[in-house]
Design a binder for this molecule. Sequence first.
Ligand code: URA
Length: 300
Amino acid sequence: MDSKSKQGYTDNPHFETMSSDFLYHINISTSSHDLKKLFSDVKFVCIGGSNGRMLNVAKYLAKELSSYMPETVDFTDLTGSSDRFVMYKVGPVLSASHGMGVPSMSILLNEIFKLLTHAGAKDVTIFRLGSSGGLGIKPGTVVVTTEAVNGEIKPVYEQFILGKRCERASVLDQRIAEDVKSCGTSEDDFEVVLGKTMCAGGFYEEQGRLDGAICHYTAEDKFTFLQKLYDSGVRNIEMECTGLAALTNQVNMKAAIVCVGLLNRLENDQVTTPVEKLHEFEMRPAKIVGRYIKKKLDEA
Ligand code: URA
């Protein structure tokens, strides 16, 4: 059945027949929360893998965008007793964690899309602020994704639905990617580059590492594949991009993927960067996206 029903940020004819909706993994319900009052002003959603980082992102954005914030910003985790994700609201921005990999992230995305639809939020842009393995880039470089590709270097997200393989196109808005990239300045002590991103289904074999518990290929096989990726324009590898590009495209939500490369995979497999440096690296996507959001709020 092809869905013809696009309401808000959903694409599901059954959605409007639901009399109430419990967003289980973020522990928010239409019957216990006034979603319009709480979330109708959301314009930007920042998501990233880890709980702690997304609290730091919320605090960072509250400071950077202080003129657009209420007098007191509350950093209470809106998911309450749910132990899956965290979510904070700072003015017009939601900051939420999505865990690791597309399956985890797609659960969060479904619930955020429904949350924003129930709330009547409009003109929302979502950003994934992530970490990744860089390809031929200096560790600490920020990559803004121009195209999200799968492990066969195709811009496709594969799902199995009711026993059938379903391919959804992974589509990103080039203009937003370029605008986000242009938020990097010569004063930054890191580079911001545009490039394709490969989405892997795991961290070890799926990313061509030699240091997993299981590996049935040679170092030469690994480098041949990584070089092929590089030659196709791929500049980093992570585990969420095709899912984000395809699912946001499905519901017409604008999206950008902004990831720091923690290492150069043409040189290393192990992430051995000292933890303080890693934390600093991981905030770089937030710095760039914070500037983009500020620009958009100033223009509005
Ligand atoms: N995240 C990934 O998915 N891969 C890396 O190499 C580093 C971070």
